[in-house]
Structures are given as structure tokens and as C-alpha cells.
Design a protein around this ligand. Sequence first.
Ligand SMILES: Cc1ncc(COP(=O)(O)O)c(C=O)c1O
Length: 435
Amino acid sequence: MPHDQAFWLPFTANRAFWKSPRVITGARGHYYTTDDGRQLLDGFSGLWTSGLGHCHPKIVAAVQEQVATLDYAMGFQVTNDKAIALAREVATLAPAGMNKVFFTNSGSESADTALKIALAYHRARGEGQRTRLIGRERGYHGVNFGGLSVGGIPGNRKVFSAALLPGVDHLRHTWSPADMAFSKGQPAWGAQLADDLERLAALHDASNIAAVIVEPVAGSTGILVPPIGYLQRLREICDKYGILLIFDEVITAFGRVGAPFAAARFGVTPDIITTAKGLTNGVVPMGAVIVRDGIFEALMQGPEHVVELFHGYTYSGHPLAAAAGLATLAAYREEDSFARARGVEPVFEEMIHSLRDAPNVVDIRNCGLMGGIELAPRAGAVGMRGFEVFLKCFEAGVVIRNGGDVLQFSPFLDSTPDELARIFDTVRQAIRSVA
Ligand SMILES: Cc1ncc(COP(=O)(O)O)c(C=O)c1O
């Protein structure tokens, strides 16, 4: 096997990839440079990561300075100044009453960390029987065993099915095309879908349930926007039964829905929020789990010299990542990025929905600067049409993403109407060319 093809790419059709590799060698602002010298307009902000644009000068400078000042410091029983400062900034941005921040290195680690904190919390309060975790069909919480178990994307679960966590169940998903196709923003229909939690509470007995984890807007499954009132209803049912509500905001935090968190945008405060991606603008891998004060306090028991939560990563609060995070949060503030994203949203909404009449389009969904165009699958080849559109756009100089036959969009928080027009013109032509 040739060593120049030693790299096993994640979530990639590897054999097809190496027949015509797509290799990025540089980036600045809203554009990538490829190894064959082309400029590509990035319509996906990295991988939902880089809302401020690539190689943001202030983030680059902060990381450069940090690497020459403190490269790494032990993270257990000792920490570094940047991690402390970043936790303070994240807590300041978080909903009121959520003031404790646990650092991870990815969204997957954030999901597993949140689930473990939920289990530990109940046990610390003498409710150790609350072990059942509830996810949702079509949910994505990364690829580690916890997140995979509560996740609900069949293709991700299939091969690992027998090794998934026991005691997990799933709410039904919230997509019902007959009731909500082509909704702009939040569908008006569907708040009652949250009542599915009542069904699971009755089935398993609510006293056995530790937590429910959902993405406020489901991303990787193809942009499923919560029906109006759905998240509020979920919160009410969790409160009724003492179940913790976890929002997986790995995508939705830090401006993607025009607010610091989806919790703020939808006016629903969960008990735990998981983040990653936009925390550092994707510059250095990092995630953060933000926890309601009472959860942390419940765990602060026993002799003071004993570790309270047996969990953590060598790189939790890594100084380079924390420096990138501090510069990123400062840039969001200075550039008023969240309000800007909110300002771009109506233009984005109008443009994405203008593709309604393109061939094979069966639904269009959007919220904040997240958007999905669902195409009818080719007979006998699910995902093929979406992949072809992705390739056509790439060849035409625009990067989007396809999750199966759902084309996905995640433009920069300060996208211009001209850039959005170029993205959607390119996509329209690509859809036509593969019709
Ligand atoms: C909602 C959500 N949770 C978790 C993850 C996993 O993040 P990572 O790939 O950084 O492990 C993702 C990644 O897209 C995500 O969208």
C-alpha cells in the first residue's frame, strides 16, 4: 500500500477520495486555497467551526504568542492561567445560573462528559438508580460510545450496535414532511412531539431516567429545526420528573443561530450545555461542558483532598486551545458577530428557499445560519445525488457539505449577500446538472 496514501480519512469515502483527492493547503478569511492553486469559497465555515473566517489575525497572534510562552502545563491538580480565564469568559456568556465549565477536546468528548456528569450528579444526591439516558432519533452527539449510544443516526450505530451503552432509549425525531416541509425557520407544527418523553417516562419509570440529550437544532442529520414550543415542552417534562436536560450545542453555540447559545435564542435553559467547534473558531481543538451551579455543588462532597469527579483529559484546558478560545470570544464581542449573524439570517433564508423549484428538492430547512436542502434520493443509490452535488460545487469553487442527500450550509457569521448568492447559484446549477 503506497505510503503517500497512508492517511485514513474520517467520515470519508476513502477509495473514491484517493481517485481524485481534494486537498486544502491554505485559508484566509472566507476562502480556501487548494494544492492545485484554486480559491474556494467556503460555504460551510470549516466544519461548522470557523464562523469568524479562517486565519483570523487576532486568533493567530494569540496562539503564536501562547505557544512561545506556555506550551503545555499539567492539567490534573494544577492548571494554567488561560484555562481559568477562558472558563470565566464562557460562564459570563452562558445562561444565568450556569457558571461551571469543564474543558474537553472535541464535541464527542463533551457529549460523553455531560452524560457522565449527569450520572454522577444523581448518584451524589442519593438517586443512583437514575441511570437511563434518553437521546433522540436522528440525533448526533459524536462518535464515542456514550454519544453514539444516545445518538440516533442509523449508519453511525449499525456496526457498533452490540457495544452501545445499555439502558438508553430515544425520543422520536421531529421531522414530519407532511406537516412542516419548506417551513421557514421554526415549524409551527410539532410542539406535541416532545410529549414522547412522557411515553418513555411511563415506560421506564421517570425515577430511573438521568438525562435527556438533544441538539436544539439537529445539525449533522440534516438541519431539523425544533417546532415552536417543542423545547419549552421538553423542559417542562424534565422539570416535572427531575430529569436533567442536556443541550448539545456543539454546532449551535457561539453565533451559529444568531445568539451566544441556542438556549438564549429559544428562551429555554437546559441543565448542561455541550460545546466545541466555535469555542476556538476551530483553530485549536477544544470543547467545553457548561453546567448549572447546583449540579456542580451537588458533587462537591466528601473529604476535600479527594477528587470529586473521576473524569478528565490530559489536554482539558490546554493553554493553546484556551488562548485561541479567549481570542475567539473577544473577536465575537468586538465584531458583534452574533447580532451580525442574526442580520444575515433573513437574506440566507430567502436565498436558500429560492431553490424550492430546483429539480428533486423535497424540503428546505433553516434556522440561524444553518440550512439544509433535501433532495430525493436516486433509485437504489441513497446519498449519491447529494454527493454528486457536493462534488460539482467543489469543482465550481464552492465548498458545501452533503449528509446523504441533504445538502448542508453553514456560512460565515459575517457573510455578504454576494457570497451567499454565489453559493446558492452554484448549488442551483449543480442540482440541475445531476438531475
Ligand atoms: C451536535 C454535535 N455533537 C457532537 C459532535 C461531535 O464533535 P467532534 O467531531 O468534535 O467530536 C458534533 C460534530 O459535528 C455535533 O454536531
